[in-house]
Design a binder for this molecule. Structure first.
Ligand code: FRU
Length: 540
């Protein structure tokens, strides 16, 4: 159809007199068709080129296509899909009336965005919560043999806040019979009214085999409240925990409670997670944990010191997935990779916030104490592309590795196995660029600490709370193993098989394109170092 205009132009001088209305119409239609083709093609090309390629856009972490995201919610595994709902405000890059965004993954690595799952209604915004599969149809929501996926969440009523009331948070439920794609809110919501507590939120629900009923754990200001239910609809108060235990620098939020087997003995213990804001070990928000027992009514804590699942500044509100594929007994968790101190100000324009890389929790018993360790899920291997390896090499001083590794510094996975005879003063890595930004991660034998130092970053004017040096207590006797994930604007460090965990964000003025190995104090030996170029989870 496009040869018409050409033909006419070529012959236009000779055939002037023969151009009639028919020809003009054909020319016009052709021009319109060409224009439509060019424009739609350009749009298509743009969508490919622009897909998750903005400055700072995480390449191996989940982030919403656009606008504001905070806590992960309703994580449940069903029919091959890991569901990730999340606190979402689709009208701004700043927190607002909350709804549940939704995505699914089949491999915990690649994510498919789905439409918003739960919208605010007359009872309030939809705050954080959890989801379960009601396999025994205790709720009566099942249909045609399909068990309901039930979401349990907090209603936050902004009208009641404005009216000066304190009972503005209640718990509601909704169910889905089509794998979380569409939801029906329960007509009798709320299922749990407010008992007169200002902060009364973030229900995590699980089935308790031993007592054959549902348990709900939620955060109530400075403590945890536990409830039980035969059907997810009627809830009975069971017990309180924590008013005098753990860190209390701020309000308690987003709890979780689940059994785990101790690696060494196979003995079962119950682990409770409680997020807190402020009062984290390096300022702002963070997540603490307790280890003990749960008898279906009451949680008894065995740990005495305050323990943190992550000593970095940017892992908050993490809770675990409900259920897993057959034969997979891992306890999987994902956290919100930000900190309320500056989350609304970080320099990203199209979207705000990402999740941590999904992690597996491991409970260890060492030196008469419990350690809740985490490691990136093994599915990380799916996105490894190219590897650069070094083994058996002694190091006396630091050295510049720029150009040695034949690929970019992000997204990158680094696995280091290092040994020493005498404690090194400082051993680690420095990322930098020509603009003068520097980020260091290192172990200091002299101090018995692991540090992420982001005080060398230049782009920090967005918040006074961002720049700083973040430390974790860490003693590595004869050496250490490090697994490090570097994305466009985050670093996650896992030391000695997850005993040390630190997650920090960074926003350098230019990409980090230089890497230096830091080695001060005593010599060390690299037993093995592996650098994996990682493939973007968003590439098509
Ligand atoms: C934690 C939190 C939750 C609340 C939600 C609101 O980050 O404050 O306690 O449900 O965010 O978005």
């Amino acid at each position: 159809m496009f040869f018409y205009p050409k033909l006419l132009i070529r012959n236009s001088f000779k055939m002037k007199s023969r151009i009639n209305f028919f020809h003009v119409t054909i020319i016009f239609i052709s021009i319109v068709l060409v224009a439509v083709y060019v424009v739609s093609n350009k749009k298509h090309m743009n969508s490919k080129i622009d897909y998750y390629t903005e400055q700072y856009r995480p390449q191996i972490h989940f982030s919403p296509k656009s606008q504001w995201m905070n806590d992960p919610n309703g994580m449940v595994f069903y029919e091959g899909e890991y569901h990730l709902f999340y606190q979402y405000y689709p009208d701004s890059t700043i927190w607002g009336p909350m709804q549940w965004g939704h995505a699914v993954s089949r491999d915990l690595t690649h994510w498919e965005h789905l439409p918003i799952a739960l919208y605010p209604d007359s009872l309030g915004y939809i705050f954080s919560g959890s989801a379960v599969i009601d396999w025994n149809n205790t709720s009566g929501f099942a249909s045609n043999g399909i068990p309901p996926m039930v979401a349990v969440f907090t209603y936050h009523n902004a009208e009641r806040v404005k009216a000066g009331k304190i009972d503005f948070q209640t718990q509601g439920i909704a169910y889905s019979l089509d794998k979380g794609r569409t939801w029906t809110k329960y007509a009798e919501n709320p299922v749990l009214k407010n008992p007169g507590i200002k902060d009364f939120r973030d229900p995590k629900v699980f089935w308790h085999e031993e007592t054959n009923r549902w348990i709900m754990i939620l955060a109530a200001q400075d403590r945890i409240k536990l409830y039980s239910s035969p059907d997810l609809l009627c809830w009975k108060f069971e017990s309180d925990f924590g008013a005098k235990t753990g860190a209390h620098g701020g309000v308690w939020e987003c709890p979780d409670l689940f059994p785990m087997k101790i690696v060494e003995s196979g003995k079962q213990k119950w682990v409770m997670l409680v997020s807190i804001i402020p009062g984290g070990p390096n300022g702002g928000s963070a997540t603490q944990y307790f280890v003990g027992d749960f008898d279906g009514n009451k949680f008894t804590c065995e740990t005495t010191e305050t323990k943190w699942i992550d000593y970095g500044k940017d892992n908050y509100a993490g809770v675990t997935w409900s259920g897993n594929s057959v034969g997979d007994s891992r306890k999987l968790i994902i956290g919100w990779m930000s900190n309320w101190e500056y989350a609304t100000k970080v320099p990203t324009n199209k979207w705000r916030s990402a999740m941590t890389f999904p992690r597996e929790l491991i409970l260890k018993r060492k030196e008469n104490d419990f350690h809740l360790c985490s490691l990136p899920v093994k599915e990380l291997e799916l996105i490894r592309e190219q590897c650069y390896a070094v083994s058996n090499q002694g190091i006396e001083d630091g050295f510049d590795m720029t150009g040695v590794i034949p690929f970019k510094t992000s997204p990158l996975e680094i696995n280091l196995d290092i040994k020493w005879e005498h404690q090194p003063q400082k051993i680690g890595l420095k990322l930098s660029n020509l603009a003068g930004d520097e980020l260091e991660v290192f172990y200091s034998g002299a101090n018995g600490t692991f540090t992420i130092d982001r005080s060398g970053l230049k782009n920090i004017s967005f918040s006074n709370d961002f720049s700083g040096i973040h430390e974790a207590p860490f003693i590595a006797k004869e050496g250490m193993k490090l697994q490090i994930l570097i994305d466009e604007s985050s670093i996650e460090v896992f030391g000695n098989n997850g005993e040390l965990v630190m997650t920090d964000l960074f926003f350098p003025s230019d990409d980090f394109d230089q890497m230096t190995m830091i080695c001060e104090g005593n010599n060390i030996s690299i037993i093995e170092a592996k650098f994996y170029k990682l493939k973007s989870i968003w590439s098509e």
